[in-house]
Ligand binder design. Structure first.
Ligand code: PXP
Length: 249
């Protein structure tokens, strides 16, 4: 099956805010990075308002919601506080992720199968508010079935294990993502992916026919130190497009 739809690139700007917060001032400004990312070919901007505000802060999210001309994807935990903020700011999309205070980043997908009642309430409330909800999940068919049952229209497959693995283990992780993406499409879920993707790992994921959007941040912000944000995003976009074209050929 060849890819029948375009693949969007969502650029996650969290780690511009990480660098800013290391000094406690106003620079570098993540919203400026968002505008630059759009000029460089990002189809959307992703930012994660964490409960501990370790990188993106409320004011950043407000400015993004106000200023962006492309879809804003707000990553957040499914908590009453975050749902209230999202319903006030009305981003295009919310990606619900698990959050533990001690983790360095989002370390695993949402436990949708054993989720408490608030996850379903959050999905419903955001949906009623006109926000497109995605659930950040492990690439596991059982979890996708549970996401569908919760009423979420979108899943974002966690690519962290694939990116961290090497050799045969990486091939096995990729196979899980390929199978999960096909399952998501078969049960009517829009399929996104993200976490840990870089120039080396993006192609195989971009080539998956059901894939509609990739959300990429840490690598792009790191690479920007060496080649600039525009070139980093342009390089990512080119690799995504080449993989897509190759898969369609
Ligand atoms: N998607 C989700 C749901 C995430 O939590 C993250 C990390 O914030 C990303 C994508 C982007 O991951 P990375 O910064 O490793 O590219």
């Amino acid at each position: 099956m060849s890819p029948s739809h375009p693949l969007r690139l969502g650029v996650n700007i969290d780690h511009v805010a990480t660098v800013r917060n290391a000094r406690g001032g106003a620079l570098p400004d993540p919203v400026r990075a968002a505008h630059l990312a759009i000029a460089a070919g990002a189809d959307g901007i992703t930012a994660h308002l964490r409960e501990d505000r370790r990188h993106i802060r409320d004011d950043d999210m407000e400015r993004l919601a106000r200023e962006l001309t492309v879809p804003l994807n707000m990553e957040m935990a499914a908590t009453p506080e975050m749902v209230a903020i999202a319903l006030r700011l009305r981003p295009h999309a919310c990606c619900l992720v698990p959050e533990k205070r001690e983790e360095r980043t989002t370390e695993g997908g949402l436990n949708v199968v054993a989720a408490g009642p608030f996850l379903a309430e959050a999905v419903a409330a955001l949906g009623r508010g006109g926000v497109r909800v995605s659930l950040f999940v492990e690439p596991d068919p059982k979890v996708l079935d549970a996401a569908k049952a919760l009423g979420a229209p979108v899943v974002e497959l966690h690519t962290g294990a694939y990116c961290e693995a090497t050799g045969a283990a990486r091939a096995a992780e990729l196979a899980r993502i390929v199978a999960a993406a096909a399952h998501a499409e078969a049960i009517g879920l829009e399929c996104h992916a993200g976490h840990g993707l870089d120039f080396e790992t993006v192609g195989a994921v971009a080539a998956i026919p059901a894939m509609r959007e990739l959300n990429i941040g840490h690598f792009l912000v790191g690479e920007a130190i060496f080649i600039g944000l525009e070139a980093a995003i342009g390089g990512m976009r080119a690799r995504m497009d080449a993989a897509r074209a190759g898969a369609a050929a």
